[in-house]
Write a protein that binds this ligand. Structure first.
Ligand code: GLC
Length: 451
């Protein structure tokens, strides 16, 4: 009997809704999603319609021989990373120095991700970080990884289409982010820093993987946000292969349950980023909170509801993806870390073993669904690239969920194997740590290379 079967009986006694069927995804369902994802890719490519934007990046994959020293900015999550990167050719990359800074002060003195700040202020902050890393007076080409949907008009001209991941900085949408960066650099006297390339983080991840292995043709992020790109051999109106940023987080032809609908309705942008709200670190904690709140209210979990407990579960800031990792990484018989966290944070005492076990199962239902949804979209991309899987493919993945969340990577791999069945041996999933940052340096090298 599976772990789920063991506690299910206990749950049903308590009159719980069948969470398992709410979050479970069967193999035929995943295959169906893969098919719809592929159809949406085609709509986006040919008619520029539907939920997949299919944004041209203007970059091909690198040769692996690009070399030199470049600055890279990796912007798109809770912190910004600035690095000085040396490309040595033959696929070798060395990070010479780097710094990282929070975009939101935990003490509340600044928040560049919210509508209280403007794009100019945000890029001013990025320029400040660059000055701190290398000082004024240096001459270096710079690549910017900007992890939001942008309409590329050249290698270094990227107009922000709209914020995602609950960012809301004012006066940025509709602007060329490279120009905002250039202005900020000039203002700080950083005249030698030349912003020559802008890429999405998925594109950076793919470029980094392809720098050492030309079989890499799909890049993806499973972190705060979620998105995938791939190498399109015949991009519309272009004569050479080009990486296409799918903006797959916006995919919306998916089965949603009541928790998904509630979360979407109460987000910054209802109706948008539907897949991302089901699979990414920015939202998984919120989903867990909604499920737990519902169970607590129904009297199914954490018996003897106290005001402190309700306050805890009512506030979004109290639960995030880190807590999911904590619960998933915790083990029977004591589930010591989970019990300590809930006792200290929510005042929940004397949890029974079956409650702790149930909690772990609930959380793994959410993350398993996330991994299987992502697997289905990868299968959709593969259907497009090579329907019979005649050649090998590497899917390069970066992001905290894939790297750190217990069980996520193996679930994703298993889901993809189940969808692809006998052909799954042709597809390899590779973790590319800091691929998005290194990718900006590679993109800068490509941009300045003589043609
Ligand atoms: C969001 C952004 C996308 C980015 C992803 C991962 O989905 O819209 O551009 O690639 O997050 O950071």
């Amino acid at each position: 009997m599976s772990e789920w079967e063991t506690v299910k009986g206990h749950f049903l006694d308590l009159g719980l809704p069948d969470l398992h069927s709410c979050f479970n995804l069967t193999v035929p369902q995943m295959q169906h999603i893969a098919k719809k994802f592929h159809q949406s890719m085609l709509h986006g490519l040919t008619e520029q319609k539907g939920s997949l934007k299919m944004l041209p990046s203007f970059f091909n994959i690198p040769t692996g021989e690009e070399s030199g020293v470049f600055l890279s900015i990796d912007f798109g999550g809770t912190n910004v990373r600035v690095s000085l990167v040396q490309l040595l050719g033959q696929g070798k990359i060395r990070v010479l120095k780097k710094i990282s800074a929070f975009l939101r002060d935990p003490g509340g003195s600044y928040d560049y991700t919210a509508a209280t700040a403007t794009g100019r202020e945000l890029f001013g902050f990025l320029a400040e970080q660059i000055a701190e890393l290398i000082g004024v007076g240096e001459t270096i080409p710079l690549g910017l990884t900007f992890s939001f949907p942008t309409k590329m008009q050249a290698l270094n001209k990227a107009v922000l289409i709209g914020w995602t991941k609950e960012f809301n900085t004012r006066a940025t949408v509709g602007k060329d982010v490279n120009l905002l960066l250039l202005d900020a650099l000039q203002k700080r006297g950083l005249h030698g820093i030349k912003p020559v390339a802008v890429i999405n983080d998925t594109v950076g991840t793919l470029m980094t993987a392809a720098y050492s292995n030309p079989r890499a043709d799909i890049g993806s992020i499973c972190g705060t946000g979620h998105n995938t790109c791939y190498l399109e051999q015949q991009p519309p109106q272009q004569s050479n292969p080009m990486i296409i940023n799918i903006e797959s987080g916006n995919f919306n032809r998916l089965p949603a349950n009541e928790y998904d609908r509630y979360l979407d309705l109460h987000s910054e942008k209802p109706g948008e980023q539907v897949l991302e709200k089901m699979v990414s670190g920015r939202y998984l904690g919120a989903l867990m909170r909604l499920v737990l709140l519902d169970l607590v209210r129904k009297g199914c979990l954490f018996q003897g509801v106290s005001r402190e407990m309700m306050d805890f579960f009512s506030q979004a800031k109290n639960l995030d993806a880190e807590h999911i990792s904590l619960v998933l990484g915790d083990n029977p018989p004591g589930f010591g870390k989970t019990a300590a966290w809930l006792k200290n944070a929510a005042g929940i005492q004397d949890l029974s073993r079956s409650e702790l076990q149930a909690l772990k199962i609930i959380v793994s239902l959410l993350t398993t669904r996330a991994a299987r949804l992502v697997a289905a979209t990868y299968a959709g991309v593969l259907r497009h690239l090579d329907p019979l899987l005649k050649r090998p493919h590497i899917i390069a993945i970066d992001g905290s969920l894939y790297e750190k969340m217990p069980g996520f990577a193996s679930c994703l791999e298993k889901g993809l194997d189940e969808i692809l069945q006998n052909s799954s041996g042709q597809v390899q999933l590779n973790l590319v740590k800091d691929g998005s940052g290194a990718g900006a340096a590679i993109a800068a090298a490509v941009a300045v290379a003589p043609r």
